[in-house]
Design a protein around this ligand. Structure first.
Ligand code: 5GP
Length: 261
C-alpha cells in the first residue's frame, strides 16, 4: 500500500490518500488546540500516545460489535482506516456535567447526570461547532432519521463499554466526543464509528482524586499533559515501562519500537 497525497488536515490529524480508494492513512499530530483554535501549541509525544490509545479502544469496540473505521495501526503515528464520508456532526456524550454545559446552562460542575446525555454540535470551526437539535440535523439533511437512530444506539453501547473499561482501571469517563461516517459495505450503506477516541476527545478523571487525565490539562493550563496521557495508556495496559514517562521517553519509545520492527 502506497501513501498518497494529503486529503485533509485537521487540528490534530492529517488524512492521506492511498493507492486503494477505500483506504486512507490517519496521521496523529502533536498539535494541541483549544477554544476554537485560539489557543495552540505542540506537545511532543501526544500524537504517539493518542494513536496507541485510540487503536486500543477502537479495536476493543470492534470486538463487541461496534463497526468502526480502524483497519490497523501502521506505525507509532499512523493508522490505516477505512475511507468514510464523515457525518458533519460532533456527537457529545456526557455522564457528568462539566465544561461547556456548565457554562451554557449554569449547571454545577461535577453534577452526575441521571442518564447519559447526548448533544449534537455542527462540525464547523468557523461557527465554533454550534450546538444543534435533532430537528436541525433533519431539516438541513446533515443526517437521516434512520442514521441518527442507529448512531444513538451505538453511542449508548459505546458509552456503557467505555465506562466499564475505564472504571476497571480507576478512571471515571466524564464525557467524550464521537464522529461517525458513511460507508458502503457489500453494496449496503452503513454508518460506522470514525475519527479517534483518546484523552484529546474524552474527559477522564482519576476515580479517587478526580485528577484530570485528559486535554483539560492543556485547556486549563494544568501542565503535565504527557504524564497524564501516559498514565491512561499504562492503566489500559498499552505501555508497560515503570519509569516516569516524559515527552522525551515517549519519543524514545517510538524510536525503540521502530528499530525493533
Ligand atoms: P465541551 O462541550 O464540554 O467543551 O466538550 C465535551 C466533550 O467533548 C469533551 O470530552 C471534549 O474533549 C469533547 N469535544 C468537544 N468538542 C471537541 C472538539 O472539537 N475536539 C475535541 N478533540 N474534543 C471535543
Amino acid at each position: 500500500m502506497k501513501k498518497g497525497k494529503k486529503l485533509y488536515e485537521g487540528k490534530a490529524k492529517i488524512i492521506y490518500a492511498t493507492n486503494d480508494k477505500n483506504i486512507v492513512i490517519q496521521y496523529f499530530k502533536d498539535d494541541a488546540t483549544a477554544f476554537n483554535n485560539q489557543k495552540k501549541t505542540t506537545i511532543e509525544g501526544k500524537g504517539v500516545l493518542n494513536n496507541r490509545i485510540s487503536e486500543h479502544i477502537l479495536s476493543n469496540l470492534a470486538k463487541i460489535g461496534i463497526k468502526n473505521h480502524l483497519v490497523k495501526r501502521l506505525n507509532m503515528r499512523e493508522q490505516i482506516v477505512k475511507f468514510v464520508e464523515i457525518i458533519p456532526i460532533e456527537f457529545i456524550i456526557r455522564n457528568v456535567a462539566t465544561g461547556s454545559i456548565t457554562k451554557r446552562l449554569g449547571i454545577e460542575d461535577g453534577t452526575v447526570l441521571k442518564e447519559p446525555l447526548i448533544e449534537y454540535c455542527l462540525k464547523d470551526d468557523k461557527l465554533g461547532d454550534p450546538l444543534v437539535s435533532e430537528q436541525h440535523i433533519l431539516a438541513f439533511d446533515w443526517a437521516s432519521k434512520n442514521e441518527i437512530d442507529l448512531v444513538k444506539k451505538m453511542i449508548l453501547r459505546i458509552n456503557d463499554f467505555m465506562i466499564g473499561m475505564f472504571m476497571g482501571v480507576g478512571i471515571k469517563l466524564i464525557d467524550f466526543k464521537l464522529e461517525f461516517g458513511r460507508i458502503k459495505i457489500d453494496g449496503k450503506n452503513e454508518v460506522i464509528l470514525a475519527d479517534e477516541i483518546s484523552p484529546d476527545t474524552c474527559r477522564l478523571w482519576d476515580s479517587i482524586t478526580d485528577k484530570k487525565l485528559d486535554k483539560d490539562r492543556f485547556r486549563k493550563d494544568l501542565g503535565d499533559l504527557i504524564p497524564a496521557y501516559t498514565e491512561v495508556a499504562k492503566r489500559l495496559g498499552i505501555l508497560h515501562e515503570q519509569s516516569n514517562v516524559s515527552a522525551v521517553n515517549v519519543t524514545q519509545l517510538s524510536s525503540v519500537k521502530r528499530k525493533n520492527k
